[in-house]
Design a protein around this ligand. Structure first.
Ligand SMILES: [Zn+2]
Length: 228
């Protein structure tokens, strides 16, 4: 497997967090990760992603459910989301021992899935936003993500003012990574507890899968986090 991107704000002996880059072979991420990390494939949990704002609270049951975010306080399981331009976000509450993985495309961003995920860990695990580290992984950025007015408006309604979009003719260029960072800040996450990748998946097709670059043939990279 090629290089893993490990967010420095989630670096601790009891937790492993990373974003994958392109995986060679047959793009079977579970199998590749299981071998690379020497963990059993059944201890890797991915939800069935459908661009929903469903948040799955993972307990001992391991059946995949339709959701675009997963949270848990269980140890010994790697949770993750798969993306190919959309924004992968990892959460870690060191104090409560709670982790989360979020898939935020434009629909998820417009649905405030990151904020809803944080609300979920507050309610279910008594987490405090002061304790939550947020890592925002590689995604398509403003340089390369052209959208129509309706997408821009939906994201703006959810995010508010900010420099995460600009108009060009009838189109807009929008930065969902930055929009999610602004949503995290507005939810109360501390600036110093947020790490944000500066890489664009579209601009780095050798390193990342990009749906906009490769179309339907694009593979997927992921964001993963687990506690041991
Ligand atoms: Zn770009």
């Amino acid at each position: 497997m090629r290089q893993l991107i490990e967010p420095p704000n989630i670096a601790s002996s009891g937790v492993r967090a990373f974003f994958t880059t392109k995986i060679s072979a047959d793009n079977n991420i579970n199998a590749a990760l299981a071998e690379e990390l020497n963990i059993a494939a059944e201890n890797i949990y991915l939800p069935v992603q459908k661009h929903t704002i469903n948040i799955h609270v993972l307990d001992s049951a391991r059946e995949p459910v339709i959701a675009d975010a997963v949270v848990t306080n269980k140890k010994g399981i790697l949770i993750g989301v798969l993306v190919a331009d959309c924004v992968p976000v990892l959460l870690w509450d060191k104090r409560r021992g709670v982790i989360g993985a979020v898939h935020a495309g434009w629909r998820g961003t417009a649905g405030q899935i990151l904020k809803e995920t944080i609300t979920t860990v507050e309610e279910r695990y008594n987490c405090s936003t002061n304790d939550i580290a947020v890592a925002i992984g590689p995604s398509i950025r403003q340089c390369s993500y052209e959208v129509n007015e309706d997408v821009k408006s939906a994201v703006r309604d959810a995010t508010g003012e900010g420099d995460y979009f600009r108009k060009k003719g009838e189109k807009y260029f929008i930065d969902l990574s930055h929009a999610n960072k602004l949503q995290a800040l507005s939810k109360g996450i501390l600036q110093e507890n947020i790490w944000q990748s500066d890489e664009c998946t579209f601009c780095n097709p050798e390193r990342f899968y990009s749906y906009r670059y490769a179309g339907g043939s694009a593979g997927r990279q992921g964001g993963f986090i687990g506690m041991w």
